[in-house]
Design a protein around this ligand. Structure first.
Ligand code: F6P
Length: 377
């Protein structure tokens, strides 16, 4: 895990879907590196900057100076750009006959970085980028990975930055829906991102006092949602808020996919509409759907996410300074630690169905609409 070669020049890349806090990581990496007398470079759009340098007027790799990273901690997005298309491990190229072949271009990344005399790479991304970090590290590049995703589904870290901002926005949205739902006596279905994990739906649903929360970890029975709506009606509560994770699935069914692609790259969506349709049929209540989608990825990071991101960025540079290689920075309350990239890979962190947050929700009277006669205690 530890190597000794002195560092002179490092590069940072941000890959996968953007998350609030990426700019804070970039700033922390740049300032911590510059403080040590290193040169710091930022690769544009994931790894496109090194694979397709000719496409960038300023070059595919930017020198990060103090001036370049000034005033960016609070900004959403990433100043370097990112991409969750054209994974360098399965890069699509068009053959003369018009068909598409996927090729591995990771050797080219290693070569290009060596050509730029980059001693180490700090790669910021989710599980897709983590797999790329692993390959690059095995090919001899010195790599430190920084975990990122609004979905909070990365294993071996207590949390990722971006999640708190996404939950905050979703909660505020649910708060706003209460009054309009109550005024019209409607059911409001709120679909949130999160892929195959229900973290955002659970946290925002509990914080925003939803009545039902549907998450991938607990397959739902629509009749249970309908029961909840009817029970509330009988109690004189003529409106209901249902929060649905994009990866939620009915008992015996599967998640709704809008774009089929290889492996975990498939794009989820549509479950909100589906649930609303079923609610209309089973309850005859007026039902509306709000899909929060990419709004959850936008905007200024919360102070918690800024701090997490700054800590992760600085910890990544300290890791290099200490001679670490092939590790991911991870949050281990109350501090940060380093875990081998290989240990963090391949597993998704799901909501534990016996977690205290789930128990809290149940005690608050929130239903997960699971099949069976009674809600589990
Ligand atoms: O992983 C982050 C995430 O926002 C998921 O919650 C969502 O399913 C996915 O990215 C959407 O990605 P995009 O629309 O950018 O392809």
């Amino acid at each position: 895990m530890a190597t000794k070669k002195a560092i002179k020049r490092i590069a940072i890349s941000t890959g996968g879907g953007d998350a609030p806090g990426l700019n804070a990581v970039i700033r922390a990496v740049a300032l911590s590196g510059l403080k040590r007398g290193w040169e710091v470079y930022g690769i544009r759009d994931g790894f496109h900057g090194v694979l397709l340098p000719e496409q960038y007027e300023e070059g595919g790799i930017l020198k990060l100076t103090r001036e370049r990273v000034r005033g960016i901690t609070h900004l959403g997005g990433t100043m370097l750009g990112t991409s969750n298309r054209n994974n360098p491990m399965r890069y699509p190229i068009e053959l003369p006959d018009g068909s598409i072949e996927e090729v591995d271009r990771t050797d080219e990344i290693v070569r290009a970085l060596r050509l730029h005399h980059i001693d180490a790479l700090i790669s910021v991304g989710g599980d897709g980028s983590l797999a790329i970090s692993d390959v690059l590290s095995k090919k001899g590049l010195r790599v430190i990975h920084v975990p990122k995703t609004i979905d909070n589904d990365l294993d071996k870290t207590d949390a990722t930055f971006g999640f708190d901002t996404a939950v905050g926005f979703a909660t505020e949205s649910i708060d706003r829906l209460h009054s309009t739902a109550a005024s019209h006596g409607r059911v409001m279905v709120v679909e949130v991102m999160g892929r195959y994990a229900g973290w955002i739906a659970l946290h925002a649903g509990v914080a925003g006092s939803a009545d039902a929360i549907l998450i991938p970890e607990i397959p739902y029975d629509i009749r249970k949602v309908a029961r909840k709506i009817k029970d509330r009606d009988q109690m004189g509560r003529h409106y209901t808020i249902v929060v649905v994770a994009e990866g939620a699935k009915p008992t015996g069914g599967s998640a709704m996919v809008v774009e089929h692609k290889k492996g975990k790259d498939e794009r989820l969506g549509g479950i909100g509409e589906q649930v609303a349709k079923e609610i209309r049929t089973t309850t005859e209540k007026e039902t509306r759907v709000v899909v929060l989608g990419h709004l959850l990825r936008g905007g200024s990071p919360t102070s918690l996410d800024r701090l997490r991101a700054l800590r992760f960025g600085a910890a990544a540079v300290r890791a290099l300074d200490k001679g670490y290689d092939g590790v991911m920075v991870a949050l281990a309350y109350p501090t940060v630690k380093y875990v081998p990239i290989t240990d963090a890979m391949g597993q998704m962190k799901h909501v534990p169905v016996d977690s205290d947050t789930i128990m809290t929700a149940r005690d608050m009277g929130i239903t997960f609409a699971e099949a069976g006669d009674t809600e589990k205690k």
